[in-house]
Design a protein around this ligand. Structure first.
Ligand SMILES: Cc1cc2nc3c(=O)[nH]c(=O)nc-3n(C[C@H](O)[C@H](O)[C@H](O)COP(=O)(O)OP(=O)(O)OC[C@H]3O[C@@H](n4cnc5c(N)ncnc54)[C@H](O)[C@@H]3O)c2cc1C
Length: 408
């Protein structure tokens, strides 16, 4: 029986340990006091554990190296994940956008089920232990060294240490350092699924305002659309956040100018919106402009739109010109913010970039450089949008690494 050492007790490491334990003696090393600290806070504590879409559709939601994940996602699918938890008596449910959650709405149920399976498979769990080094002899790792200078020998090693986001959960980029030391390349590490900072001062006044059913377009300096999505967003003290903003962040690059354009009324064509405003205006014909938008916009937004429209707030509705009304329509469908940049990596949901996929065999997760080393999860240069895809990637790559470890 070979000895497999899995470094990192997140979803990728736990699944890798469970799969490897079918054939091997497995030790799972985690630096925190417990397993799955990040998993615990996922999906706002509810854990969006996977997505119910056909697995073939997953690749449309994976901007970071989707083709690398074909074998792992088809080899251990969302249905396998759903069966896995059902068998462990954790019933799941499907919500909007095909997102899958535990019926209990408790991420702790997911973690407990994984722990139960680890115990059942006799995986030795070592907590409070940070791996700081790997000892390499003749292109083979023979042992790992912990922060308190203990050495642990093994036959095979799986790095599942996560990325660099939310470092308080344990993912502080150790895996990148370990892999670099043994000759692997790490691609540029960038925040993804992260809020966007904008330059306009007025966003501060909108802090906390959540908008549903809006459309967000990211345009570059040449006014070319590079991202468009319909859904929910929220204003913050520094700019914008929420599901469609987080996904948009994947397309914002350094040293380029971008604009976030919000369509507050995406269901209406411009002429339909104009008609709608005319209807409101005829109702409030003798009122001031500032008192005519209540039915059209959330309260918090009215003052801002009035300021940006350039129409004096005390102007009587009956004297607003057609040009002014048309400009108002345009503004409502093109509320434009200048992107200042992204919030830092530590605030990102995932890390884009990681161990170069060219140096990992996609059919086994095995290193192409070191013969007894494997990778799983976010430490690899792969990343997906929100919707349960990232945890599925962690499970699928973890399962494949665990299943293939030691295979010729
Ligand atoms: C706030 C938030 C919400 C999210 N919600 C969702 C969601 O609902 N659905 C979804 O699909 N994705 C979600 N994600 C993303 C998802 O959590 C990650 O993609 C996933 O956890 C990655 O799994 P992993 O096992 O690769 O890494 P991690 O979960 O980061 O686990 C890595 C583990 O390795 C340990 N470790 C690191 N270095 C060492 C070392 N040197 N020695 C020993 N142990 C070490 C860490 O302590 C950690 O426990 C969310 C992320 C965040 C931050």
């Amino acid at each position: 029986m070979a000895k497999v050492i899995v470094i990192g007790g997140g979803p990728a490491g736990m699944m890798a340990a469970i799969a490897a334990a079918e054939k091997h003696e497995v030790i799972l090393i985690e630096k925190n006091e417990k397993l799955g600290k990040k998993l615990f806070i996922t999906g706002k504590g509810r854990c969006n554990v996977t997505n119910a879409k056909d697995i073939g559709e997953f690749f449309d939601f994976i901007p970071g190296n989707p083709e690398f994940l074909y074998s792992s996602l088809y080899g251990y699918t969302n249905e396998d994940v759903i069966d896995f938890f059902n068998n462990l008596k954790v019933p799941l449910k499907i919500e909007r956008g095909d997102r899958v959650f535990p019926k209990s709405d408790k991420s702790s149920d997911i973690i407990n089920a994984l722990e139960k399976e680890l115990f059942k498979k006799n995986v030795r769990i070592v907590l409070y232990t940070q791996v700081k080094d790997m000892v390499l002899v003749n292109n083979k790792i023979i042992s790992i060294k912990t922060i308190d200078n203990k050495e642990l020998k093994g036959d095979y090693f799986i790095i599942a240490t996560g990325g660099l986001s939310y470092p308080q959960t344990g993912s502080t980029g150790d895996g990148f350092k370990l892999a670099k030391k043994v000759g692997h390349k790490v691609t540029l590490l960038k925040p993804s699924l992260v809020p966007i900072e904008t330059n306009e001062q007025w966003v501060k006044d909108l802090q906390g305002l959540a908008l549903k059913n809006v459309e967000l377009t990211i345009k570059n300096n040449k006014k070319k659309n590079i991202y468009k999505e319909f859904g929910e967003m929220i204003f913050t003290h520094f700019g914008i956040s929420g599901p469609i903003v987080l996904s948009a962040s994947r397309f914002i690059k350094d040293n380029e100018k971008f604009y976030a354009v919000i369509n507050l009324k995406p269901a209406l064509l411009p002429e339909e919106l104009d008609k709608r405003i005319q209807k409101d205006f005829s109702k409030y014909i003798n009122k001031d402009f500032k008192n005519s938008l209540e039915e059209l916009l959330p309260k918090k937004l009215i003052n801002i739109i009035i300021k940006l429209s350039g129409i004096p707030e005390t102007k009587k509705v009956n004297s607003i010109t057609k040009e002014e009304r048309k400009a108002l329509c345009y503004l409502l469908q093109n509320l434009t913010l200048e992107v200042k940049g992204l919030r830092p990596l530590k605030e990102a949901i995932v890390t884009a970039g990681g161990i170069n996929v060219k140096e990992i065999d996609p059919s086994s997760m095995k290193s192409k450089i070191i013969e007894n080393l494997y990778f799983a999860g976010e430490v690899i240069d792969v990343d997906a949008y929100t919707g349960g895809y990232n945890i599925q990637i962690a499970f699928s790559t973890g399962y494949l690494a665990g299943k293939m470890v030691g295979e010729k």
